[in-house]
Write a protein that binds this ligand. Structure first.
Ligand code: NDP
Length: 284
């Protein structure tokens, strides 16, 4: 079975749009997502446009700041501080990567954790590690929703293998699986015998960024496979897993494209709605 991320994202976007309509009819403000894009990286421009379009479809207002590549750290931090204090702004997203002269960690740390809809602030990483409520990075959150959509409501005792240990995907993914009582192994570039770890996985999440690194015949029969990787090969997008060969073994697998990508954007919308609700609670 292929897990259709596009269809799941579309259905959830309709639910988000309905929730936004409901809050507006109750006199609550339209959720506002502030997006900051520094420089003219073509891929980042496409990602930002996609996020803006998705926001509009859900009734969320995107407010985008397109800043020149030579924006100073102080200018960027000042803007974030202004947005932190602006009560009409609910979520703040700084599109990564930033130009090399800017300190990404300092920028992320400057965002109010309660407006950190990307879930990258250390406070939110700490909340996740402690199984407390907070913002969870969009891609791993989407991966969990995809597993649930595939019928895996209860992950208790299952062996989960996450390949990749980035702050953006691998680590929060492992935390989410652990919080659902899976037994989690994290693999990375120094892991010995990756194939042997993958072969044991009831749940496999691949977040590496190497085309078809994970061979189909490594996959355990009946495994649930989430392929986060996006790699461009000869003008086509491929994942980190050999999808077709893996289908001979997996119970369910996400395609690339059309799996994790659409769900990542949808989770950003859900996090922005959550941020707006948080601020309603704060003000009431
Ligand atoms: P990073 O480059 O930050 O992390 C990659 C991870 O893979 C690292 O932990 C690295 O290990 C590990 N790795 C590299 N080579 C190997 C190997 N041969 N065997 C095992 N592990 C290896 O990438 P991200 O986590 O940001 O992204 C991963 C992929 O997911 C990319 O293709 C990215 O484009 C895609 N992505 C997709 C999204 C979506 O919406 N679908 C969203 C975000 C990312 P080490 O730590 O030791 O270096």
């Amino acid at each position: 079975m292929r897990i259709d991320g596009k269809a799941l994202a579309a259905a959830r976007r309709e639910a988000t749009a309905e929730a936004v309509r409901r809050r507006v009819s109750q006199g609550l403000p339209v959720p506002v997502l502030a997006v900051i894009l520094v420089g003219d990286d073509p891929a980042s421009q496409v990602y930002v446009r996609n996020k803006e379009n998705a926001c509009r479809k859900a009734g969320i207002e995107p407010r985008t700041w397109r800043l020149p590549a030579d924006t100073s750290g102080k200018e960027l931090l000042d803007l974030i501080e202004t947005l932190n204090r602006d009560q009409s702004v609910h979520g703040i997203l700084v599109q990564m990567p930033l130009p090399a002269h800017l300190d990404e960690q300092a920028v992320i740390a400057a965002i109010d954790p309660d407006k950190d809809v990307d879930g990258l602030h250390p406070v939110n990483a700490g909340r996740l590690a402690n199984a407390l409520k907070g913002f969870v990075p969009c891609t791993p959150q989407g991966a969990i929703a995809l597993l649930e959509q595939a019928g895996l409501a209860d992950m208790t005792g299952l062996k989960a293998v996450v390949v990749g240990r980035s702050v953006l995907v691998g680590k929060p993914m492992a935390q989410l699986l652990l919080n659902r009582n899976a037994t989690v192994t994290i693999c990375h570039s120094r892991t010995k015998d990756l194939a042997a770890h993958v072969a044991e996985a009831d749940i496999l999440v691949a977040a590496v960024g190497q085309p078809e690194l994970i061979r189909g015949d490594w996959i355990k029969d009946g495994a649930y496979v989430i392929d986060v990787g996006i790699n461009r090969v000869d003008g086509h997008l491929v994942g980190d897993v050999q999808t077709e060969a893996a289908e001979n073994h997996a119970a369910a697998i996400t395609p690339v494209p059309g799996g994790c990508g659409p769900m990542t954007v949808q989770m950003l919308l859900e996090n922005t709605l959550l941020a707006a609700q948080l601020q309603d609670d704060r003000e009431s």
